[in-house]
Ligand binder design. Structure first.
Ligand SMILES: C[S@@+](CC[C@H](N)C(=O)[O-])C[C@H]1O[C@@H](n2cnc3c(N)ncnc32)[C@H](O)[C@@H]1O
Length: 389
C-alpha cells in the first residue's frame, strides 16, 4: 500500500477511536435471552440497547413493543442505524454491514436507503461516521483492537488444533476432547492466569471500574476457565457467532448469527422501526417512568454489576412495579454472587434457580459467571389491566 494511502488509513483508524461506540455487537448469547424471556407474540419488552442487537432480536422473536435504553448516546446512534437498516435492507447487506462489519458500498447505501430514515442526532452522527462501515465496524474501537490482538494471539498459540475447532465438523464431545487434551493448558497456565490478574490488561475487556475491581478481587479467571470448557463441551465453536470472529477472524455463517441477522428473520424484523423506541438515560430512571404492569419481559445485560447499591435497590423496586405478574427478567453477572433482589423486593421478584442454572450452563459466550432468571410474583389482590409502554 503506497505510503500516502497507508498514512490516510492510519489517520482514519486513529480518528475512529473517537466514535464513542464501546460495543459494536452484543456479546451475550441471544439463545439465552430467547429461552429466558420466553416472549409471547406482541410482548412488551425493555432491553439494554448496547449495540442494538437484543432489541432487534426481540422483534424477531415476536415482541410488539420494545424500549431499548442506554446511557451512552453513541450506542443509541448505532442501535438507530441497525433499526433503520432492518426496516429496509436485504439480508446480504445486513450481513455485510453488521455481521462482517464492512460493506464496500456503505456510503452509497447510507445516502440512498438509510439517511432518509434517520432523524436529528442519529442523522448528524452517521453523516460524520458512516465511513466506519467501510473501514470495519467491529475493529474500529478500543474493544475491537483488544479483541483483534487477543484473537491473533489465540490463533497463534492454538495453531492447527484451533483451526480444527473452527473449521472441521467436530461434534461437541470430540471438540471438548481436543480442547481439553491439546489446547486448555496452552491457554490456561501460570502466565495467562497472571495476565488475567492485571488491571492494565483486563481494563480492555471490562469497561466498568467497579465491576473490574470486584472481578479482579474475585480471581474471575477461575470461573472463566470452567465456563469456557463448558461452552466447548456443549456448543459447536464454528456455529458460535460470539467466538468465531475472535477465534477465526471471520463471523459465523449467517444462519448461525444472532436472531435478527439470520436470513430467515428478514420478514420478522421489517416492522422494527415502528416497534422499537430508543431511550437515553439510566435504565433505573427509565423504568421508574413506566406505568405499573406495562412490561412482560426485561433483558438487563450485566448492567446490575455496574450499579451502586442505591441504584440496585431502586432497580428491583422499579422492576417489581413495571412488570406484569409472571413477567420475566434475564440478567447476567461477572460477579459472585450475582446482584439479586433482597428483602421485600425478593418477594416480588423470585429467582428461578433451576432455570437460572440451565441458562448459565448453556450460555455460549462463557464470559459471565451466571445468568439469573427472575419472575414477577402475582400481586396480592386484584391485577392491573394491560397498558402500553
Ligand atoms: C453493561 S454493558 C456490557 C456489554 C454487554 N455485555 C454487551 O456485550 O453488549 C452494556 C451497555 O449497558 C450500558 N449501560 C451501562 N450502565 C447503564 C445504565 N445504568 N443504564 C442504561 N445503560 C447502561 C452501556 O452504555 C453499554 O452500552
Amino acid at each position: 500500500m503506497p505510503i500516502r494511502r497507508r498514512r490516510r488509513h492510519l489517520r482514519l483508524r486513529l480518528r475512529a477511536l473517537r466514535s464513542g461506540i464501546a460495543y459494536t455487537r452484543v456479546f451475550e448469547d441471544d439463545e439465552t435471552d430467547r429461552r429466558g424471556l420466553a416472549l409471547t407474540s406482541g410482548a412488551r419488552v425493555l432491553v439494554i440497547a448496547s449495540a442494538g442487537d437484543r432489541a432487534l432480536d426481540a422483534v424477531a422473536w415476536g415482541a410488539g413493543q420494545v424500549v431499548a435504553v442506554d446511557r451512552s448516546p453513541a450506542q443509541l446512534r448505532l442501535a438507530a442505524l441497525k433499526v433503520a437498516a432492518a426496516g429496509v435492507l436485504e439480508s446480504d447487506d445486513l450481513i455485510a454491514l453488521f455481521s462482517r462489519g464492512r460493506h464496500p458500498q456503505a456510503r452509497r447505501l447510507y445516502a440512498a436507503r438509510l439517511r432518509p430514515r434517520l432523524e436529528g442526532p442519529d442523522r448528524e452522527y452517521w453523516d460524520g461516521w458512516i465511513g466506519l462501515l467501510e473501514l470495519g465496524l467491529h475493529g474500529h474501537h478500543p474493544l475491537g483492537w483488544a479483541t483483534a490482538i487477543g484473537g491473533a494471539c489465540l490463533r497463534l498459540v492454538g495453531g492447527r488444533t484451533l483451526r480444527a475447532l473452527t473449521w472441521d465438523s467436530l461434534d461437541p464431545t470430540a471438540q471438548a476432547r481436543l480442547y481439553e487434551s491439546r489446547l486448555r493448558r496452552r491457554y490456561w497456565n501460570p502466565l495467562t492466569r497472571w495476565m488475567l490478574g492485571r488491571r492494565a490488561i483486563v481494563r480492555w475487556f471490562a469497561a466498568d471500574p467497579s465491576e473490574r475491581r470486584l472481578m479482579l478481587g474475585q480471581r474471575f479467571h477461575e470461573w472463566l476457565e470452567e465456563r469456557i470448557s463448558g461452552v466447548v463441551a456443549t456448543s459447536l465453536v464454528r456455529e458460535n457467532p460470539y467466538w468465531m470472529p475472535v477465534l477465526a477472524g471471520r463471523p459465523a455463517a449467517p444462519d448461525h448469527e444472532t436472531a435478527w441477522l439470520r436470513p430467515d428473520a428478514i420478514d420478522a424484523v421489517r416492522p422494527a422501526p415502528s416497534r422499537i423506541r430508543l431511550a437515553e438515560g439510566s435504565v433505573v430512571d427509565v423504568l421508574e417512568t413506566l406505568s405499573p404492569g406495562s412490561l412482560d419481559a426485561v433483558a438487563l445485560s450485566n448492567v446490575p454489576d455496574w450499579l451502586t447499591p442505591t441504584e440496585l435497590a431502586r432497580l428491583w423496586e422499579a422492576l417489581a412495579r413495571a412488570l406484569v405478574p409472571g413477567g420475566r427478567v434475564v440478567l447476567r453477572s461477572t460477579l459472585r454472587p450475582s446482584p439479586a433482589p433482597a428483602g421485600s423486593a425478593a418477594t416480588a421478584l423470585v429467582v428461578d434457580e433451576i432455570a437460572s442454572r440451565e441458562l448459565t450452563l448453556h450460555e455460549r459466550t462463557g464470559i459471565f459467571a451466571s445468568v439469573t432468571l427472575l419472575v414477577r410474583a402475582p400481586n396480592p389482590g386484584p391485577t392491573a389491566s394491560a397498558t402500553a409502554i
